[in-house]
Design a protein. Structure first.
Length: 133
């Protein structure tokens, strides 16, 4: 599962939820509900991927204040629900710093083909090496 960046993107400019405690609480409540529903209905192996954003274009840097708490929530919920977790943000940003962020995303959010390949590789590696918790 990769959820979170659209919650940030679509709330930019909405002072009632962007970078607020209430916004983070709403995100956690919805994410928790989804995970609880999945656990209730299935023994499926859950792999949660950390939402990410690139510092490109420039205005995306201001999104960190909203996204960072969501990243912490996803990591905490992965532990709580015995799900696996993939830390995409640091990984993708490290690659972007070397190879250029624009090679991984045209808008700082949606991956290019290369960005999708890196995400898929990270998921496959976790799937192959992770195992059930």
């Amino acid at each position: 599962m990769l959820i979170g960046i659209n919650d940030t993107w679509h709330n930019v400019g909405d002072e009632t939820v962007f970078a607020t405690e209430e916004g983070a609480e709403q995100f956690e409540m919805h994410y928790r509900h989804l995970l609880a529903s999945l656990r209730k209905k299935s023994n499926a192996r859950l792999i949660l991927m950390e939402p990410f954003v690139f510092p490109y274009p420039e205005d995306r840097k201001t999104w960190r204040v909203d996204l960072d708490p969501k990243q912490e929530i996803v990591k905490r919920l992965a532990e709580e629900f015995a799900a696996e977790w993939i830390g995409l943000d640091a990984y993708l940003n490290a690659v972007g710093a070397v190879e250029g962020y624009e090679t991984l995303s045209n808008d700082g959010v949606h991956p290019t083909k290369k960005g999708h390949l890196l995400i898929a590789d990270a998921w496959l590696q976790q799937f192959d090496e992770g195992g059930e918790k």
